[in-house]
Design a protein around this ligand. Structure first.
Ligand SMILES: *Cc1c(COP(=O)(O)O)cnc(C)c1O
Length: 373
């Protein structure tokens, strides 16, 4: 059966790539779907809804409070803006007019964290009024790089926890949070795609930003869990300023709360598991010129993927060529392409909608290999 996108003439997508914004991030459960419809069909006092959701997310994650946003990007922007403005409504309403006269807005981040996740993290900080102070080097950094950059104009330290970041020779998140706490500087963690909603707040981070659609598999949304209720309420105040351009609706808020609750109750079991990858990898290994193995996530999360390397002489195509070949045709297969320059691609089983999709990927790889002959 064709889905709503196919019916409208859009190419069918098999997502073996991960929670990718360019592919629609994730898909929601029936429970979240029902919640969205019911919430969208009724009125509510929005300020009370924001407070309810913040308190509820706080209870579920062990944080004091939380602020719901339209995405993790908005959470970064609003957290920076809220640290500049505090509870000063007039400053919230005139932030950009006053910014040139505000010195205390430096946000320290490691060079290896200044990444483009689809949009640059630094832009989100600057939307919030922050001024980026980059420390360390592209191939490594030390805690002292952060400490040495701290001065009277330091607003916050931003730590980006992501596979997009440089992973080697980098400062540890826990050490960074401890340093920030010791220096009495707010520490913001961008944990957009992370699955553990309590880890960084438990380490002592002040504000931790998550995407609602990535690991949580909720609707397009985001949230920041906060160390104090005051931080969350100052973030919410930003909706009277720049936050308005990042509005999230009532259905998004309720859908997010439902998705977090389902996620924490372990209700989101992927259709295709690590176990299903075992026979898949075996079959791929029987294709001449292909070598497959199961590997763990680069950032150390409990995620397992099938890595497939292509020997161009024997198979006919390189990994880079395969990545684009798989995207052609009536049904496109999107794979993880971060290692293409090293001759491999990866299959992420989590976003697959059925075991048939995994079989389809195998048959495409077998088929294309024959064409290459
Ligand atoms: C995806 C991502 C974001 C943005 O999240 P949205 O919810 O799409 O706004 C921010 N930071 C990192 C590291 C990401 O991976």
């Amino acid at each position: 059966m064709e889905n709503i996108y196919g019916k409208n003439g859009l190419q069918k997508v098999i997502n073996a790539s991960g929670r990718m914004t360019k592919l629609g991030v994730s898909t929601i459960s029936d429970g979240v779907g029902k919640t969205l419809v019911e919430a969208a069909g009724n009125y509510v006092l929005i300020d009370s809804l924001f407070e309810f959701a913040g308190k509820k997310i706080g209870e579920m994650t062990g944080a004091a409070d939380a602020c719901v946003t339209s995405g993790a990007s908005a959470a970064i922007a609003l957290s920076v803006a809220s640290l500049i403005c505090g509870d000063n409504l007039s400053l919230v309403q005139h932030l950009y007019d006053r910014l040139p006269y505000i010195d205390k807005r430096e946000v320290i981040m490691l060079k290896g964290h200044n990444v483009d996740f689809g949009a640059p993290v630094a832009e989100m900080v600057q939307i919030g009024g922050g001024r980026i102070v980059e420390v360390g080097f592209a191939n490594g950094s030390k805690l002292s790089d952060i400490e040495n950059a701290v001065n009277k104009n330091t607003l916050a330290i931003l730590f980006v926890k992501s596979h997009h970041c440089v992973q080697k020779e980098m400062v540890d998140v826990k050490d960074t949070i401890e340093l920030a706490n010791r220096l009495n500087i707010p520490c913001i963690v961008d944990a957009a795609a992370e699955e553990d909603l309590s880890r960084y707040i438990n380490m002592g981070a002040d504000i931790v930003c998550y995407s609602g659609a990535k690991a949580i598999e909720g609707p397009t949304s985001g949230f920041a869990v906060c160390k104090t209720s005051e931080l969350a309420s100052n973030m919410r105040l930003q909706y009277k300023g720049i936050g308005r351009a990042m509005k999230i609706g009532k259905e998004g808020i309720m859908g997010l709360v439902q998705a977090i609750s389902e996620n924490l109750n372990g209700e989101h079991t992927p259709v295709v598991t690590k176990e299903d990858l075992v026979p898949f990898v075996e079959k791929i290994n029987a294709v001449p010129g292909c070598k497959a193995e199961i590997i763990q996530d680069e950032a150390g999360r409990e995620i397992y993927r099938a890595k497939i390397s292509f020997n161009k002489e024997e198979y006919g195509f390189s990994a880079r060529e395969m990545i684009s070949k798989l995207c052609e045709g009536e049904t496109a297969v999107y794979t993880r392409d971060y290692q293409a320059n090293l001759g491999s691609l990866a299959i992420d089983p989590r976003p697959l909608k059925s075991k048939d999709e995994l079989n389809y990927i195998y048959s495409r790889i077998e088929e294309i290999g024959k064409e290459g002959k």
